[in-house]
Design a binder for this molecule. Structure first.
Ligand SMILES: NC(=O)c1ccc[n+]([C@@H]2O[C@H](COP(=O)([O-])OP(=O)(O)OC[C@H]3O[C@@H](n4cnc5c(N)ncnc54)[C@H](O)[C@@H]3O)[C@@H](O)[C@H]2O)c1
Length: 324
């Protein structure tokens, strides 16, 4: 298949590009490098440096080449920044996404895979694993900006879509072809890995008083290469079946912050320095996915469903970044 992939210079988009290319598909990456890094784009992908709202350039690409599907990863992802500057998030994640979807549909590219997020669910009232049918109640502009794009797809009868709602994405390509570069990253495993390689002095646990067994927040961590494989399955499904759907992406198992840090200390040569801090505003106590739909719809089995392996690839990538 031929895939048009936005955000391929970013963390998850670059891993999806690798998975597609490894699977024998062709990939054209669109990225404006606003938060991405050109080095993450696989050398065998075509690359066009432009904004997703550049109707002229993207129409030209679509008229020149016939793609089977769009995979749309490009966007801004910092929750705290979205609170201080919501307009930036609605402009890029919602407005620009709509322009991109319209450009594709107008040029007859009607199969769309969209990166959404567990932030769409907000702070669910009960501690059950979250189903796709759970009410969407985002508690920050980032989550809302992604839901607005979801709604646009759901209300647009001219396209087929698969919306993938990611839980906590972590780790790096086991062959070290890509990983997370962002300097502003707030991801727990990324920060712990930076401490492990000496880039940071310590890591803070935000909140010890959540209603969880050890008092720290629980999340569902999925290895980025497994998530990338889900995209390959999703696009194969969408193109062959032409059926729209919304699917949670996680492993369906929760780990607390303390669980994660314990594993970091097992994987790392020496223990990392850990501080205790207050809760951060808006952090839910527990976000774990119900993955029944993911497993029933796609013929997909995770390869890296092992937190030690996730942490190891993350630390190895951080070591690689020291000389990047
Ligand atoms: N990282 C996570 O844990 C996570 C969790 C849930 C959902 N998501 C979603 O996954 C997607 C990818 O996230 P990521 O972590 O890879 O982020 P990232 O910041 O690493 O990558 C985003 C990429 O999009 C590009 N980009 C942004 N705006 C653009 C525009 N207007 N035109 C062209 N390119 C643009 C950036 O340069 C960057 O390369 C996002 O849509 C995000 O909402 C991420």
């Amino acid at each position: 298949m031929k895939i048009l992939l936005t955000g391929g210079a970013g963390y998850i988009g670059s891993h999806a590009a690798i998975a597609l290319l490894d699977g024998g598909h062709k990939v054209t990456v669109i990225d404006n490098l606003s938060t991405g890094n050109k080095k993450l784009i696989p050398p065998s992908a075509n690359f066009v440096n432009c904004n997703i709202n550049d109707v002229t350039t993207i129409s030209q690409i679509l008229q020149k080449e016939k793609f089977d599907a769009l995979m749309h990863f490009a966007g801004y992802i910092e929750v705290e920044e979205s609170v201080s500057n919501p307009k930036k998030y609605f402009d890029n994640n919602t407005k620009n996404s709509k322009i991109l979807f319209d450009t594709c549909i107008k040029n007859n590219l009607k199969n769309i895979i969209f990166s959404s997020t567990a932030a769409a669910y907000g702070n669910p009232a009960n501690s059950e694993p979250i189903k796709e049918s759970t009410d969407l109640k985002p508690i920050n502009p980032y989550g809302e900006s992604k839901i607005q794009s979801e709604i646009y797809l759901k209300e647009n009868s001219q396209c087929n879509f698969i919306i993938l709602r990611y839980f906590n994405v972590a780790g790096a390509d086991p062959k070290m072809r890509s990983g997370l570069i962002s300097k502003k990253a707030t991801h727990l495993i990324k920060i712990a890995s930076e401490v492990a390689v000496g880039k940071r002095k310590d890591i803070t646990i935000f909140g010890n008083d959540y209603p969880t067994p050890d008092g720290t927040a629980i999340r569902d961590y999925i290895h980025v290469s497994d998530l990338a494989d889900v995209h390959v399955k999703a696009v194969e499904y969408l193109v062959s079946k032409q059926q729209s759907n919304i699917i949670n992406c996680g492993y369906g198992k929760g780990f607390s912050v303390k669980d994660v840090l314990k594993i970091v200390n097992q994987v790392n040569d020496k223990p990392i320095s850990i501080k205790n801090g207050d809760r951060r505003a808006g952090d839910p106590s527990m976000l774990v996915s119900n993955v029944s739909k993911l497993h029933s719809l796609f013929d997909w089995q995770p390869k890296y469903n092992n937190l030690s392996f996730i942490v190891k690839t993350s630390i190895d990538w951080e070591k690689k970044l020291l000389n990047y």
